[in-house]
Design a protein around this ligand. Structure first.
Ligand code: ADP
Ligand code: AMP
Length: 217
């Protein structure tokens, strides 16, 4: 199953991808996570991505497409994958179509998690992530049982550097100009489904699973 989770920053893509990974045993491919790991390790890729991430703009297409091409060719993607945060431009979507063609695969579904703009800043600013296992929490909507500690692994929670109001404003306008056009793009391809992301996390998962139980790979 080749899935694509779409939606604006803070819509719940990472949260839902984690549930779908458990349910379908296919990997989550998050370009944001890959860039953050590269920044932390201080690699060449990290150096190319860091300034864009800090300001809330997009990392250049040629850089982003290159890392996805490499990642999708890996063995663990043979039975499918969940793309989270890629593609974000029409050029990336065209490149993805080419990569999938080369691999002899097709997109099974594009699942767009719809959340209105007015909810997104609060979601991002309240987001907390586990340093150990990467689990995502929210200070109000999905708090850990013990303050600042991960329920799964006991790891320390941190706040992403770009999860502040100022960077979020840029990320949201970047989404509007570069990524929103992909909704029509995938409607035309005929694999598009919209999910109401304003519901509680478990209900969003339920809706996603319901859609996926009726699609053919
Ligand atoms: P994305 O990967 O799309 O940027 P995340 O999955 O990281 O979004 O979610 C952003 C924040 O919103 C996180 O703090 C998460 O806990 C919270 N969140 C996710 N889904 C919901 C939901 N359905 N209702 C309320 N908060 C949510
Ligand atoms: P995310 O973790 O998906 O919120 O992404 C964090 C940041 O990483 C974004 O604001 C961009 O700077 C960068 N990024 C992630 N995915 C992409 C992508 N597909 N294209 C360009 N930049 C990306």
């Amino acid at each position: 199953m080749q899935l694509l989770l779409m939606g604006p920053p803070g819509a719940g893509k990472g949260t839902q991808a984690a549930e779908l990974v458990k349910k379908f045993s296919i990997p989550q491919i998050s370009t944001g996570d890959m860039f953050r790991a590269a920044v932390k390790e201080g690699t060449e890729l990290g150096k190319k991505a860091e300034a864009c991430m800090k300001s809330g703009t997009l990392v250049p297409d040629e850089v982003t497409i290159g890392i996805v091409r490499e990642r999708l060719a890996k063995d663990d993607c043979k039975n499918g994958f969940i793309l989270d945060g890629f593609p974000r431009t029409v050029e990336q979507a065209d490149a993805l179509a080419k990569i999938l063609d080369e691999l002899g695969k097709k997109l099974t579904r594009v699942l767009n998690i719809h959340v209105p703009a007015e909810d997104l800043i609060e979601r991002a600013v309240g987001r907390r992530i586990c340093k150990g296992c990467g689990a995502t929490y929210h200070v109000k909507f999905n708090p850990p049982k013990k303050n600042s500690t991960c329920d799964n692994c006991g790891g320390e929670l941190y706040q992403r550097a770009d999860d502040n109001e100022q960077t979020m404003t840029t990320r949201l306008s970047t989404y509007e100009s570069s990524t929103r056009p992909l909704i029509d793009y995938y409607k035309k391809v005929g694999v598009y489904t919209e999910i109401d992301g304003r519901q509680p996390i478990a209900k969003v998962t339920e809706d996603l699973v319901k859609v996926l139980s009726s699609v053919k790979d």
